[in-house]
Ligand binder design. Structure first.
Ligand code: FES
Length: 572
């Protein structure tokens, strides 16, 4: 390829003062004069941040990528992007996913880049990077930081997130002391990396590989394993080739790729958050994908990976057992095996090369044909635009259930009353939490797995049906119905539920019903004022005014699609 064909040559090979202006300040960093002559310029978008511990090690991987890019004859230029630290950000990291995606998109488009390596890991960073890159559509590879090593506590393995919820309930039930709970902290996060359960980070890492946007075989490599660094190095070499080939996300990620990701999510017992993120990414690429596809495409796909929170093991075990491609070998008849990836191979090639090394961790499909789907889509008069339930993390005895609603009008109301000894609630009650959707909270926080009332925990109750317009952490579990759309705060039926109403759930029939007549609902609706409070200024105002509902990916309505890489105007 000649440098005239490179996008970066519009900057660096420009005549006169324009070219000088673009090149001269780069001398500050000591680049030899021939650095820009026909060399693909590779942006390395680094989300390392001390405010996002799961991504804090990504600068090491950036250096490995740089080596690979240089070896292949490219010029690596690293730049930062906003980093969304799930454990620290308030009100919720999800509020900023779209903002980060905008920053990534505009940072790539505005600069003289021919290809991009995207470094992410913690939950929202991976989808935000993919959304931004998809809207520019330059050759791109995403590298996730890898899961932490297994947590170790008093002789047993513990999982990030999942065991936080377990221990928290144990404390509230009087089975664990606060001091013991505190002592688990360092045991749970003992290496670099993201959560090592099949939470949202691990799920999105795996699904990014299935979509074809992460180097094959790399998504489950532990952060502390040197093979991750080698994979990053190879990705650095490969992105230079991709620029020469003109291989772009829109070529790799197709409707078939998304169907593969949906199948993989079911086989992995992946996070419900993946639904929202995949819908948003598909929207950026102009691929037709709907909530019902998650029901139709994944139907009868059994749970193969025995990983927390749906199973027993952790990501380190998963990698040693054969990892993602070995898991997919169990459902390969449901996959589009000719789907391609950033490495230029096909999904079928990668699956054919995979082996299962531990049948306790990656189970045989023959042994589990009877297992139900991991995630289901529920509809009914309570969720006309859909809701989701992670069946694999729910209690089988609650999948057909009828109970009276106990309604909480928001997180503050929940916090104030859930442990009230006088709360009118019994084990059959259905806990309803509303005003926690995309516009209502805003940002759709991970609070859908609301705590059980202390008095019921003390009585030995371990699960109840819970319904909300919120999300829940991919590491969480329970019979938790999420993403109810439309959300209460914009007038959805969830806002019309009253204490004592009967609610029925039938997972086999995929229904969620509020047993209140249409006439009564109409009466309630006419007296209802949606409680959305729009601030006078700032990002939150933009967010509330433009965020779409969960069944559309909770992206901004004005970000659907892409603007491409072309910038017709120059600054000087
Ligand atoms: Fe960052 Fe779980 S908190 S991946």
């Amino acid at each position: 390829m000649t440098h005239q064909k490179l996008r970066s040559s519009e900057w660096f090979a420009a005549p006169g003062k324009t070219g000088v202006g673009h090149r001269t300040w780069l001398n500050i960093q000591g680049y030899p004069d021939d650095s820009f002559e026909g060399r693909p310029v590779i942006g390395i978008c680094n989300t390392a941040s001390d405010l996002n511990p799961c991504n804090a090690h990504l600068t090491d991987l950036a250096h490995d990528v740089e080596r690979g890019v240089l070896q292949a004859g490219g010029l690596p230029l690293t730049f930062p992007a906003m980093s969304l630290g799930e454990p620290l950000m308030r009100p919720t990291a999800m509020l900023y996913r779209n903002l980060m995606s905008m920053e990534v998109e505009e940072s790539i488009r505005a600069n003289p880049l021919d290809g991009v390596i995207l470094l992410g890991g913690c939950d929202k960073t991976t989808p935000a990077l993919l959304m931004g890159a998809a809207s520019v559509d330059l050759p791109s590879i995403l590298i996730t930081g890898g899961p932490m090593l297994n947590g170790k506590y008093r002789g047993r393995d513990i999982g990030s997130g999942t065991d936080v919820w377990r221990f928290s309930e144990a404390v509230r039930a009087g089975e664990m002391t606060e001091a013991e709970f505190r002592s688990t902290e360092a045991c749970m996060a003992r290496s670099a990396g993201h959560c090592m359960t099949m939470g949202t980070a691990s799920t999105m890492a795996c699904l990014t590989e299935v979509l074809g946007m992460q180097m094959p075989g790399s998504s489950a490599i532990p952060a502390a394993d040197s093979r991750r660094r080698k994979s990053a190095w190879l990705a650095g070499r490969r992105i230079v080739e991709m620029v020469t080939e003109g291989l772009r996300p829109s070529t790799i990620v197709t409707r078939e790729s998304f169907e593969n990701a949906i199948v993989a999510n079911a086989a992995l017992g992946g996070s419900t958050n993946a639904i929202v993120h995949l819908l948003a990414i598909a929207g950026r690429l102009g691929v037709g994908l709907e909530l019902d596809d998650f029901e139709d495409v994944a139907r009868d796909i059994p749970l193969i990976a025995n990983i927390q929170p749906s199973g027993k093991f952790l990501m380190e075990d998963f990698f040693y057992a054969g990892g993602l491609m070995a898991t997919l070998s169990e459902v390969d008849d449901r996959l589009h095996l000719d789907a391609t990836n950033v490495a230029g191979t096909t999904l079928g090639d990668e699956i054919a090369a995979a082996e299962v090394h531990d049948r306790d961790v990656i189970r045989s499909r023959e042994d589990h044909d009877a297992l139900p789907e991991s995630t289901v889509v529920l509809r009914g008069n309570l969720s006309p635009s859909g809701a989701v339930l992670k069946r694999s993390a729910a209690s089988p005895e609650l999948l057909q259930h009828r109970g009276r609603a106990v309604v909480f009008d928001g997180l503050e109301d929940l916090d104030a009353r859930i442990d009230d000894p006088d709360l009118e609630v019994d084990p059959d009650s259905v806990l309803v939490l509303r005003n926690c959707g995309p516009a209502g909270y805003p940002g759709m926080p991970e609070v859908g797995n609301m705590p059980l009332p202390a008095k019921l925990l003390a009585a030995g109750v371990t699960d109840m049906v819970r319904i909300s317009d919120a999300r829940m952490s991919g590491t969480a579990y329970g019979t938790v119905i999420l993403h109810v759309a439309p959300e209460a705060a914009i007038g959805g039926p969830l806002g019309l539920v009253r204490d004592g109403d009967w609610i029925s759930l039938d997972v086999d029939a995929r229904t969620l019903s509020l047993e209140v007549s249409d006439a009564e609902l109409e009466t309630r609706r006419s007296a209802f004022t949606p409680p959305v409070d729009i601030p006078d200024r700032g990002y939150t105002r933009l967010y509330i005014q433009h965020v779409t509902q969960a069944d559309s990916g909770a992206d901004f309505d004005f970000l659907t699609g892409g603007s491409g890489p072309y910038v017709p105007k120059r600054g000087f």
